[in-house]
Design a protein around this ligand. Sequence first.
Ligand code: GDP
Ligand code: CA
Length: 315
Amino acid sequence: MLKITTLAGGVGAARFLRGLVRAVPDADITVVGNIADDITLHGLHVSPDLDTVMYTLGGGVEESQGWGRSEETFAVADELAAYGAEPRWFTLGDRDIATHIIRTQMLAAGYPLSAVTEALCERWQPGVRLLPMSDDRVETHVVVAREDGTEAIHFQQWWVRWHAELPAERIVLVGIDAASPGPGVIEAIDNADVIVLPPSNPVVSIGPILAVPGIRDAVAKAQAPVVGLSPIIAGAPVRGMADAALRAIGVPATAAGVAGIFADILDGWLVDSSDADAVTEVEALGIACRAVPLLMTDADATAAMARAALDLVTP
Ligand code: GDP
Ligand code: CA
């Protein structure tokens, strides 16, 4: 059985993973999920990226937006607003809140996030093994310019409240130096037949996972080939604001620019057909490269992307 290990953010990864499962239904797939977007809201531990993967693969996602629960209602959010509870810029749906209550309760009882995630997945049966990148707390903060100097704000505040429009000077992963890979993560990398980087945000989704001490090394030294798919098409993120995150780390928002960030670990990289002229630039980095359609317009198109990624690096 083909053993595939992927590193995953939220919406981009989850949609891709659905295509991967469709392309190779018999594969044994492990997903190492980003937890650096996690945030405590109204006392609840929210793990947006883990939940997006879990809901999407488990059939509970709101398809129209690609995250959150389907058939969601907002009674709790309305009541919180009536109390003037902060923050007002992040809304939790009623159904979604149940997930966060279970997670928060289990964490308070002493279970590590990996055990909590496994318990939540018992309900959703995502068909993949979902492992948090770490059981330690890591939070992405963004250093933004203010009139009176700079200020570090939580990634979610930058992204959700300010739509990444506040120019970012730096991105800081609070807690990363003291974090260890979660249980099973290094084994999943070591034992994989192929390692796949989905079209996730390279800076704030894939970046934090690789930054956990030990993970990037393990990926670089793994026996398995590593293949990625560009999240940037024709110089722009298909959805979201990944270009702002790339600007913050001084990398051009191009398909080849993103390949450059991962040059030390990549064996193969797919760019969109419209970026065919990036192929030679990527190959010059010593990375096999092909241009294929990379828009996840429907299940078939997404499965074809997954197939093309595997074909690029496996015989
Ligand atoms: P997030 O955590 O919810 O932001 O999700 P990810 O980090 O997993 O993925 C977000 C990225 O997916 C965005 O920055 C886009 O660049 C990328 N993306 C979204 N839709 C598509 C698509 O159809 N094709 C490709 N190639 N990339 C996409
Ligand atoms: Ca995310």
